[in-house]
Structures are given as structure tokens and as C-alpha cells.
Design a protein around this ligand. Structure first.
Ligand SMILES: NC(=O)c1ccc[n+]([C@@H]2O[C@H](COP(=O)([O-])OP(=O)(O)OC[C@H]3O[C@@H](n4cnc5c(N)ncnc54)[C@H](O)[C@@H]3O)[C@@H](O)[C@H]2O)c1
Length: 96
């Protein structure tokens, strides 16, 4: 799973993971600073439009039992991450 996977680093990471043969790459991104058209297209990439701050959404994506989680969701390169750290906090691992 890649949170913020529709962003600059995330899209490149997802493309590479897919090329390297990852069984499934799940992107969780709320598109707050990204565009859906920028998400790489591949059979093993799926996109979930949602926020890491939404517990129900997190439970839904963790049901897929991701082996690895790359946490890239952030308000990057602006003052928001500094002013509002709770909006981009790391989330708890919800796996069993
Ligand atoms: N770009 C760089 O050169 C660089 C260098 C070093 C570290 N980083 C770090 O890598 C991370 C990603 O950077 P980036 O350049 O890809 O930024 P980016 O803004 O392109 O991507 C961040 C993504 O997070 C998503 N997002 C924001 N809040 C979210 C939320 N609550 N739930 C789900 N998705 C949310 C945005 O829609 C966006 O797609 C950041 O932590 C940044 O500090 C980036």
C-alpha cells in the first residue's frame, strides 16, 4: 500500500513496484494535491480515493492485508504540514 500514491514520489514508486512485479499495489490518496490522471495505469495497481484520516477508509484498505506500507501522504512543500501536523499524522497499523 502507498498512501499519497498519487503524488510526485508516490506515482513513481507505484510505477516501479508494479514493474518489479508486486502482486498488488494499492494507492490510498485523497487527491488533495494530486490528479487521478497522474496515477500510473497497470493491472496490479488499484486506486482508493480517501484520506488516511478516515478510520473507516483505513480499515477498508487494511482488509487487503498489505505486506508493506509506504506512507507518503503529506502536505508537502507548504506550511500546512508544520501548522497542522494532526492532518498528516502517521496512522496506526490496523492489521490483525
Ligand atoms: N518531492 C521531494 O523531492 C521529496 C524529497 C524528500 C522527501 N519527500 C517527502 O515525500 C513525501 C511525499 O512527497 P511528494 O513530493 O510526493 O508530495 P506530493 O504533494 O506530490 O504528494 C503527497 C500526496 O499526499 C496526498 N495526501 C495529502 N493528504 C492526504 C491525506 N490526508 N490522505 C491521503 N492522501 C493525502 C496528496 O493528495 C498527494 O497526492 C512527503 O512526506 C515529502 O516530505 C519529498
Amino acid at each position: 500500500m502507498v498512501t499519497g500514491g498519487a503524488g510526485c514520489i508516490g506515482t513513481n514508486l507505484c510505477r516501479k513496484l508494479a514493474e518489479l512485479g508486486a502482486e498488488k499495489v494499492v494507492i490510498l490518496d485523497d487527491l488533495s494535491s494530486a490528479y487521478e490522471w497522474n496515477i500510473p495505469k497497470a493491472n496490479n495497481i488499484s486506486f482508493v480515493n480517501g484520506s488516511i484520516l478516515d478510520d473507516e477508509m483505513l480499515k477498508r484498505v487494511y482488509k487487503e492485508k498489505p505486506e508493506y506500507v509506504f506512507h507518503l501522504a503529506a502536505h508537502f512543500a507548504n506550511q500546512n504540514s508544520v501548522d497542522k501536523p494532526d492532518e498528516v499524522k502517521n496512522h496506526e497499523i490496523l492489521r490483525d
